[in-house]
Write a new protein. Structure first.
Ligand code: HEC
Length: 260
């Protein structure tokens, strides 16, 4: 019988189910924070901070046709670093040609007060903004995330997300689901979408239309996380296995019985 070796949640000791439940609770919370992080770092790149759009994703990876790196940063991850009015001063300075005299008069004091705590050159991974020449370098056209940034985030995601889904889908293997192929698809999908998500970042940097692949990968990954989480939690505590399955491997006392 193909159910040999399958132990339904109901066959697992209470303590094991508690480990699984608490792990799912914390990972579920982690997933929500990951979504918030995606929102905060992308919403607003296209000028509308209320939602996240395909245009936001295109700008994040491919860059913006109209905006400079400075402006994109100030609409996105750096938006919270300064008050709206001061941000408008910098936008205006960029629009009017980013000249040195207006820089000295209007922009330098703002940057000195709001930005140099981090951008004073002490961190070699972020642009230094201590002089007109350095600030001018980030007033070049925004070409999206740089390859070193993508590589850094890629390796973190590849290792980190694989751990998360190894844990979640190992728990989910104890769920009873028919047809069986559907269960297999739900297990395989997040691992595949990690790969398609990350490869799509590089494709989007090159061809902006691939932003839709990033969005589809993220949506499918989230969907299978949600299904695995909900089905596991529900079957762990509330679900009664069909009687015929219980007979052939759903519960522990059956091990070793040669009923198949
Ligand atoms: C608390 C520290 C901190 C402060 C304050 C700060 N930044 Fe940043 N900034 C960062 C970090 C960290 C990054 C790299 C973020 C990343 O790569 O996602 C960054 C990245 C940038 C970038 C580069 C974006 C790119 O295209 O790679 C620009 C431009 C920038 N900041 C401008 C500013 C300006 C202008 C201010 C002041 C209004 C400011 N930052 C204030 C930490 C800071």
């Amino acid at each position: 019988m193909s159910n040999r070796g399958f132990f339904h949640f109901s066959a697992l000791p209470m303590s094991t189910r508690m480990v699984y439940t608490m792990t799912l609770l914390v990972l579920g919370t982690g997933y929500l924070f990951a979504m918030l992080q995606v929102f905060f770092s992308h919403a607003g790149l296209d000028g509308n901070p209320k939602n996240i759009s395909a245009q936001d994703i295109r700008i994040a990876y491919h860059g913006s046709e109209n905006d400079t790196r400075l402006v994109t940063a100030l609409k996105g991850p750096m938006a919270g670093m300064l008050p709206e009015a001061e941000r408008a001063v910098i936008f205006k300075w960029v629009e009017t040609g980013a000249k040195q005299d207006t820089y000295e008069a209007d922009v330098k004091p703002i940057i000195g007060e709001r930005c140099l705590a981090c951008h004073d050159g002490s961190n070699p991974h972020i642009p230094q903004l201590t002089s007109f020449e350095e600030v001018s370098k980030v007033v070049a056209r925004d070409t999206g995330a740089t390859i070193p940034t993508l590589v850094r985030v890629s390796h973190i995601h590849l290792f980190g997300i694989t751990f998360i889904f190894f844990i979640v889908s190992s728990i989910f293997t104890h769920a009873y689901m028919r047809p069986l192929w559907l269960k297999c698809v739900i297990i395989v999908l997040p691992f595949l979408t990690i790969l398609t998500d990350i490869f799509s970042w590089y494709l989007t940097k090159w061809i902006p239309g691939f932003a839709w692949f990033i969005i589809a990968s993220g949506a499918l990954m989230g969907l299978s996380f949600a299904v695995q989480w909900i089905v596991s939690m529900w079957q762990m505590w509330f679900y009664k296995l069909p009687a015929d399955i219980e007979e052939c491997g759903g519960v522990l006392p059956v091990i070793g019985r040669s009923k198949d």
